[in-house]
Design a protein around this ligand. Sequence first.
Ligand code: TYD
Ligand code: MG
Length: 454
Amino acid sequence: MAKSTTLYVCQSCGASFSKWAGKCEACGSWNSLVEETAAAVPKGLSGKRGKGVDFVGLDAPIPEAIRRATGIAEFDRVTGGGLVRGSALLVGGDPGIGKSTLLLQVVAALGNVKPALSCAYISGEEAVEQVQLRARRLGLSNAGAQLAAATSLRDIIASLDRSDPPDVVVIDSIQTMYLDSLDSAPGTVAQVRSCAAELIRIAKSRGFVLLLVGHVTKEGQIAGPRVLEHMVDTVLYFEGERGHQFRILRSVKNRFGPANEIGVFEMTDGGLHEVPNPSALFLAERRGNVSGATVFAGMEGTRPVLMEVQALVSPSPMSTPRRAVVGWDSNRLAMVLAVLETRCDLALAGNEVYLNIAGGLKINEPAADCAVAMALVSALSNRPVPEDVIVFGEIGLSGEIRMVAQAEQRLREAGKLGFRRALVPQSPQLRDKGGTGKAARPTAAIEGLQAVEI
Ligand code: TYD
Ligand code: MG
């Protein structure tokens, strides 16, 4: 019989230890180790012989209708064109961000595509009536989805492991599910992993799409979706700031489509609405002619998105002035500040510096370096950047400007939104496109920028 041993499992990264400690050695989080009993794994193969696996040619025909679009364009874009049969998707995000609302809308949309897909929505968090009420309020009650409130995985598997399962199954959320064969409480790494593994196994063998909801939590008690990322085919994160009405669905892993793709939604009284043109939304509240603001043409996956970078520079009485960043990497800001200070002789050291990506968007592209530098220089000199200018380009440590990918797409998006000029890294391709060819120099030492007309 398998012997059971006590392990201490980190609830944020899943690493296991034989002794308890205040800090997880693997990921560095504090107070995240929880005692779990794990059945010891039997070693090697026992005497029984397996039945062998079936091989299929790489060029063998693929069954039709393997991928089905939901009709919600932003969701389809992020999943790479729709849901693939037999695949497992994880939708992670902070509690209250709108995951249940999104999946309810997806399920309703799938009931309306032709031919309609049968969907089951299993909630472990809300009663059936609560889901029904929400669906009525969103005007989705005529969608043919089946609802259930359940948390016992044994019961759920019993109703799904049949020859005619629903086409799409939503489990909201994986943290509320429990397998009675395990001693650990629902939401612990052992439970979340085992429940997900069982569900994924059934999804693959019965050929339905499995959508798992997972909460991302700050403090250790509940296992975050990170421990599931390698088990599923697609990982989507639903992000957004509570104070802002828009939400971003981002694919961080996708076996069936491009990763890092984003879909933008707006949370309204009537549920989530698609935002087909996010640049216009992110720039909607822009005030022209103020110092410290520039428009950056960024790329989110395959889609160009314009956003406003705002900087505030103010003299500080403190010996170590404050630096605060919202929406960008603070190390990257420190680097741009150091380059401006050292290579361009700008006196930034005695100032407090605040940087904000307006609208609550988070960016991590080095291509934003130039826009950040420009916003900082504009804030420091109190001279506004002209309103019809967009900027992009990476800055190197010696102060050089580097070319970034997809420059033409960025310029095209800026042109669509009425921008007429751009400061971009010098490159022969862009100069040939009717640019002025004149090297623009926002500061003495930064070279390699050129002004182009869009
Ligand atoms: P929900 O989908 O329950 O979040 P999650 O499943 O990620 O925990 O969404 C909850 C939030 O969304 C809640 O704060 C209210 C808001 N909301 C709206 O603003 N409009 C709506 O139509 C709905 C359904 C929710
Ligand atoms: Mg929910």
